[in-house]
Design a protein around this ligand. Structure first.
Ligand code: SF4
Ligand code: SF4
Length: 158
């Protein structure tokens, strides 16, 4: 984009606001989103079916913002307010038990604050990966363990 070799309208998640920001930054006129790149949709978050999850860790490894809590051979759960809706966890799941759903506890708009938080979480995740093994979630913060306990309890219910 900076060299003029790519247009500014190819980011469906960012939609019109990002196109306008890029246009202003590059001194260009704003143009409509290229429909061939997809459409701008309301935010959806990942949700794991607790009855089908086999605890394989593949979704945790795929998540760029560390929004999934779980341990090997144990149920995994998505932390809704940390999910960016990127969908990168869906394809690796071997039992196809992750779906994108409307958020229950937050709005369905992606804000600049959400983007900033996700950037920071991604940065911290990379930093941690460079110094330790992230597959070990035994030292997960208390809120994550609470979420896992809730999810496991819901799975035990008839
Ligand atoms: S949709 Fe993206 S951010 Fe959300 S849990 Fe899956 S990989 Fe993580
Ligand atoms: S990839 Fe699917 S089966 Fe594996 S831990 Fe994640 S949700 Fe569970």
């Amino acid at each position: 984009m900076a060299t003029g070799s790519a247009p500014i309208n190819r980011c469906p998640p960012g939609g019109t606001p990002v196109i306008e920001q890029l246009a202003a930054a590059l001194g260009l006129a704003a143009i409509p989103l290229d429909p061939q790149c997809g459409e701008t949709k309301p935010l959806a978050v990942a949700q794991i079916d607790p009855d089908r999850c086999i605890g394989c860790l593949l979704c945790i490894r795929a998540c760029p913002v560390d929004a999934i809590a779980g341990a090997f051979k144990h149920l995994h759960v998505v932390i809704e307010d940390q999910c960016s809706g990127c969908e990168l966890c869906i394809a690796p799941c071997p039992v196809d038990c992750i779906a994108m759903v409307t958020p229950q506890h937050r709005g369905n708009e992606w804000t600049a604050e959400d983007a900033q938080r996700s950037r920071e979480r991604h940065r911290r995740m990379l930093q941690r990966q460079s110094t330790s093994d992230t597959s070990d979630t035994s030292e997960a913060p208390a809120p994550r363990n609470d979420l896992l306990a809730q999810a496991m309890a819901s799975r035990r219910r008839p």
